[in-house]
Design a binder for this molecule. Structure first.
Ligand code: FAS
Ligand code: PHB
Length: 390
């Protein structure tokens, strides 16, 4: 079988790219190793930048998002008994964010793509990408117990951190920059109304905590835990007691409710350069990973495929390859900005087990600075709400 663009992975990156190309009449096939139910229920990100909302609107995939998404004009920081709200519109040229779960973005894109009769194959696991430096890169995959091949004009690896597309780049070409963090996140979903109208990021000497939400009835919360934590060691009572301690603030109470899901998420930063080799491209988590403290992961994936979709369509319709040739450099500038912001938010708010009291005082000084200086607060607001797309 042959297609113009072979896409590996039906996460936000692969699905948005496929919908963009399909609507422009560019033939593409998406190969997804898991089944539809798994892909649609995988709990991940929750905050969409304005640019992400605009990108989903541009492909007709923002109907439910516009109806159900929660518009947020700020976030609250808490530390040492202090609380400070960072206002987005006044500090970031009117920009704001939308709270709408990644699971819902994926459901919306899958439904639209299947309704269009587009080629989206579940249970199709890519094993390798060969011929990246030829005019006919080939994806070898298995589906229904059979080995198959898909020859392409271009291949885009949207297959996440553990995908296979990166391996198509020769060792001598691929450079990976990475940092691991000495902690992880325990994330929960709870059937209880959020105890705050906007997200609360809490620094505490016991560790970081984040209060987010999914709807007026469902809360999404995270707490910093040691590497290798087993979620089974954290029964509901222990989770709520620890969150209480970390969010503690006079006159504020954390509502409790049944926890319906819990999972541990490792924290890492990673960038693979370049994001293109020959006719194989990387987009989203396949190319870069950020710790979720800055709510950048999903939004970076969207930004990559907006740039790549524009470049592929231009090449197919005019023959010009200028945007394709600039893809990697164009995306990496934004990726590294987001990597730094995510690193800065993470190290400012988390308690390093090997850290000293001096480190804690530096974190408190950083947080005090954001509360006291509109310039420091604006830097956070501009990065959190996202830079305009290239
Ligand atoms: P994804 O990883 O979403 O999608 C890759 C797809 O490729 C998957 O469906 C996978 O099944 C498929 N695949 C992999 N190998 C394949 C193969 N060989 N053949 C075929 N298919 C293959 N970001 C935030 O901003 N906030 C958060 O709170 C947050 N929480 C996260 C929690 C977890 C557990 C993880 C892993 C990530 C989290 N992220 C968060 C980041 C996350 O949102 C990613 O940035 C986002 O999913 C990136 O989208 P994609 O690049 O499409 O990759
Ligand atoms: C979420 O709602 O899942 C979420 C929000 C903000 C973050 C990370 C996760 O920084």
């Amino acid at each position: 079988m042959h297609t113009t663009v072979g896409i590996i992975g039906a996460g936000p990156a692969g699905l948005l790219l496929a919908r963009t190309l399909h609507r422009a009449g560019v033939d593409c096939v998406v190969l997804e190793s898991r089944d539809r139910a798994h892909v649609e229920r995988r709990q991940r990100a929750g905050v969409l930048e304005q640019s992400t909302v605009d990108a989903l609107r541009a492909v007709g995939a923002a109907g439910r998002l516009d109806r159900e998404g929660l518009v947020h004009d700020g976030v609250e920081l808490r530390w040492e008994g202090r609380a400070h709200r960072v206002d987005f519109p006044s500090l970031a040229n009117g920009r704001r964010v939308r709270v709408y779960a990644q699971t819902e973005v994926v459901k919306d894109l899958v439904a639209l793509h299947l309704a269009d009769g587009a080629a989206l194959r579940f249970g199709a696991e890519a094993r390798s990408v060969d011929g990246a430096d030829t005019g006919r890169p080939t994806i070898r995959y298995t589906q229904g117990g059979r080995d198959r091949t898909l020859t392409c004009d271009y291949v885009v690896g949207c297959d996440g951190f553990h995908g296979v597309a990166r391996a198509a780049f020769p060792e001598g070409i691929r450079r990976t920059y990475a940092r691991a963090y000495p902690y992880a996140w325990l994330g929960i979903l709870a059937d209880v109304a959020p105890s705050c109208d906007e997200l609360v990021y809490a620094h505490s000497r016991r560790g970081f905590a984040l209060h987010s939400m999914r709807s007026p009835e469902v809360s999404r919360l995270y707490l910093q835990v040691p590497h290798g934590t087993d979620p089974a060691d954290w029964p509901d009572e222990r989770i709520w007691d620890e969150l209480d301690a970390r969010f503690a603030r006079d006159g504020w109470e954390l509502a409790r409710g049944p926890i319906t899901s819990r999972s541990v998420l490792p924290m890492r930063s990673s960038v693979t350069e370049p994001m293109r080799y020959g006719r194989v491209f990387l987009a989203g988590d396949a190319a870069h990973i950020v710790p979720p403290t800055g709510a950048k992961g999903l939004n970076l994936a969207v930004a990559d495929v907006v740039v790549l979709g524009r470049a592929l369509i231009r090449h197919r319709t005019t023959g010009a390859s200028d945007l394709l040739d600039a893809y990697s450099d164009t995306c990496l500038r934004r990726v590294w900005r987001a990597e730094h912001f995510s690193y800065a938010m993470t190290t400012m708010l988390h308690t390093d087990p090997a850290g000293s009291p001096f480190d804690t005082r530096l974190q408190i000084a950083q947080l005090d600075r954001i509360a006291d200086s509109p310039h420091a607060a604006a830097e956070l607001a501009v990065n959190y709400t996202g830079l305009p797309l290239p």
